[in-house]
Unconditional design. Structure first.
Lengths: 426, 279
């Protein structure tokens, strides 16, 4: 029981507080984690990753703040929710969709465990380049700006992401000899300034009364099973992409949904379903090949090795079956935590939203400073904030999702295109 | 009240002063071997020292920004290939003589193959970053020496390179010792050998550029001789204990080739030789 409780508590924190991700939380929880065995550590990790996906969608849908980074699509679509019923539907739909995604993936892993080794073929450079470019193209064509604006935003994201030292190509770009710039622009600051701030400024002064005038709330909203299935599949494979995992799951499923529906509720549910599917699949490379694909998994691997985990002697089949069953419990718990919140949406809107938005803006500034502090470079984070925040304010009427997506994937995209050129001999 | 505060402050100070404080600064990525070992040491040495683990996951930040700000004793890893790339213009270099080398590791690069002979059968060779770095140059040297036409394919880390040979994207992979056992276990058709060690192809052909390895050092900085020695002894003790964090990570030291007794001159000479071959 203890691993579940600890994992859920960590997931709540990770999902609700922007800037506090799983990596930081694992480091903070270190003294407690050392007492658990391998399977318990995995349960903690899976609980944390899944619950943070369930919970992260709530502030994203209600207030337009990304609790965790895979909630960008929900943030983006939240401003298109015009009634409390839609907000309520989005929350309950996301809770059910997330539970479906998680449980479906757990079921698949349970029954097809002997075939999971085949995911090694997913780690093909050609496939990775194809996936990343496809999502970029879909974004250019579907995000609600003009296509050339989307293209410009993607190019800007790639440009901003390229600032710094690229250890892959051993090149530096626009560092001007400044040490801090070698590590590039901090991801947290870029996301806050160029995504969260435009969203929040766009939300300020929206018609709160109109929003509160209607409706039946607390209805169970379950998306069309075909949508759920496809978003789960996209989320599963998105979770396998190194370094991007659930972010890629949700953004790619969201981008595809833009082709098929204009309903913001459906788009939110699709992306939230996908990120929960990805929250489990991202563990498979670690469990199958001993390869951590994000920083938090590296800490998990270390802890597991301390408890005797060795990829050579690891009983993958039975352990994964056990973990799949745990995942079902965790998703049911997540559903029980997130779904009831859909009934209390009116309470959220009793708060003075405009005042809240200003509080959130101030909080994001402190999140920037705090993140800078834990990364030992507060002044650099502060300067980046001061420089980027006005740009974010200027872009308040633009959907900046293509920009932040390109910023997040820039190194994977550039590196894998370079590698592809080596493989095909160009 | 004032007296209580003074007593409290004194108690706090004396408790803090009981254990020496060390900052363990990881100069590697967050998912690589340096990160794992830094974490292991932070666990093991916590019994003897007051440890702060600093893990920015980026050597430019670690050495460029953070190290100058840390005034107390620091334990830090550094790699010869980082240094070689740094001297060729990348973000940071570090003179190991600024500190004391307490541990010096040497590890040859293993050539893992899916059945081909690297001296005869041309193919794609997976290696770790950077793209135009020392490992890419070894592949060029192989082509020159054996008239092969291998093409280098660069991966972000050993994990990715490992997957690439397992899934058949490359025909060969250049990996460190820790990864070879896992690769061979994952696919029995893959074999790894030390043909790029000093006594391998380099010895048989007389071409020294075909010898390649990773030298790494663990340095103690900003500390007097006593503290340095205490840190070193504590590290050695933990390495001898297979149940310690570092003992577990290193499979009871079987994946490491560590020297603890090198003189300053020996360490410096070995280091400079390795860095020079990697440039």
């Amino acid at each position: 029981m203890e691993p579940y409780l600890l994992g859920i508590a960590m997931g709540l924190i990770s999902g609700l507080i922007p800037g506090v991700g799983n990596f930081v939380l694992l480091l903070l929880a270190w003294p407690f984690l050392y007492n658990f065995d391998v399977m318990e550590l995995l349960i903690i990790y899976v609980s944390m990753a899944s619950i943070s996906q369930f919970i992260g969608s709530i502030p994203a849908i209600v207030f337009g703040i990304p609790g965790e980074s895979s909630s960008f699509p929900a943030v983006q679509e939240s401003k298109r929710l015009t009634t409390i019923e839609e907000v309520s539907k989005s929350i309950s739909g996301s809770a059910f969709g997330s539970a479906f995604g998680g449980i479906f993936v757990a079921g698949l892993c349970f029954y097809f465990v002997q075939y999971l080794e085949l995911i090694k073929h997913f780690y093909s450079t050609k496939l990775l380049v194809g996936l990343l470019l496809s999502v970029c193209i879909v974004m250019v064509l579907t995000i609600d700006n003009r296509w050339w604006v989307n293209l410009l935003l993607i190019m800007s994201g790639l440009l901003l992401g390229s600032i710094g030292y690229n250890s892959y190509l051993n090149t530096e770009f626009l560092t001007f000899g400044v040490n801090s710039l070698w590590s590039g622009l901090p991801l947290t600051v870029v996301l806050i300034c160029l995504f969260a701030i435009p969203q929040i400024l766009n939300n300020i002064n929206f018609d709160v009364k109109k929003l509160g005038n209607s409706f039946k709330i607390g209805k169970v909203y379950i998306l069309n099973p075909i949508y759920l299935f496809f978003s789960t599949v996209i989320g599963f494979f998105g979770g396998l992409v190194p370094g991007l995992t659930t972010v890629f799951s949700s953004i790619s499923a969201y981008s595809v949904s833009l082709l098929f529906t204009r309903d913001p509720v459906k788009r939110i549910v699709v992306s939230e379903t996908a990120n929960n599917a990805g929250a489990f699949s991202m563990l498979l490379p670690l469990l199958l090949f001993g390869i951590p694909i994000i920083g938090s998994e590296a800490i998990l691997l270390f802890l597991m090795e301390q408890k005797g985990f060795s990829i050579v002697s690891w009983d993958f089949t039975n352990s994964l079956k056990e973990l799949s069953i745990s995942l079902i419990y965790i998703n049911l718990i997540g559903l029980c935590i997130a779904w009831p919140l859909s009934k209390f949406v009116t309470l959220f809107y009793k708060i003075n939203l405009n005042a809240l938005m200003y509080v959130i803006l101030a909080s994001l500034f402190f999140v920037t400073l705090y993140t800078g502090h834990i990364n030992y470079n507060m002044s650099y984070y502060f300067i980046c904030f001061i420089l980027l925040a006005p740009i974010g304010a200027f872009l308040k009427n633009v959907n900046t999702l293509p920009l932040v997506f390109a910023f997040i994937v820039h190194d994977k995209l550039i590196d894998s295109i370079y590698r592809l050129s080596q493989i095909i001999g160009v | 009240m004032k007296n209580y505060l003074i007593i409290g402050a004194a108690l706090l100070y004396s408790t803090a002063a009981m254990a020496d404080s060390i900052t363990i600064l990881n100069s590697g990525s967050k998912t690589g071997g340096f990160s794992m070992q830094s974490t292991a040491y932070s666990q093991d040495l916590a019994k003897d020292f007051d440890i702060t683990l600093v893990n920015p996951g980026d050597r430019c930040v670690a050495l460029g920004n953070l190290l100058p700000k840390i005034t107390g004793p620091v334990l830090m890893p550094w790699a010869s290939d980082y240094e070689a790339v740094g001297r060729d213009g990348a973000c940071v270099t570090f003179d190991i003589n600024q500190g004391t080398v307490v541990r010096y590791d040497t590890s040859p690069v293993y050539v893992c193959t899916r059945g081909g002979d690297v001296t005869k059968d041309s193919g794609k060779v997976g290696h770790t970053v950077p793209a135009n770095g020392p490992l890419a140059r070894v592949i060029t040297e192989l082509n020159k020496e054996f008239k092969t036409s291998h093409s280098p394919v660069v991966y972000d880390g050993s994990g990715d390179a490992r997957l690439a040979i397992i899934n058949g994207e490359v025909d060969y992979a250049l990996l460190s010792k820790k990864h070879t056992g896992i690769v061979m276990e994952a696919d029995s058709s893959i074999n790894c050998d030390t043909s790029l060690a000093v006594d391998g192809l380099a010895a048989s052909t007389g071409n020294k550029k075909l010898a390649f390895g990773f030298d790494t050092v663990w340095l103690v900085l900003n500390a007097d001789a006593n503290t340095t020695n205490k840190i070193k002894m504590s590290m050695m003790e933990k390495h001898l204990n297979c149940n310690s964090a570092i003992g577990t990570w290193s499979k009871c030291n079987t994946t490491l080739n560590s020297r603890w007794d090198l003189t300053v001159e020996e360490a410096s000479k070995n280091w400079e030789t390795m860095v020079a071959t990697q440039r």
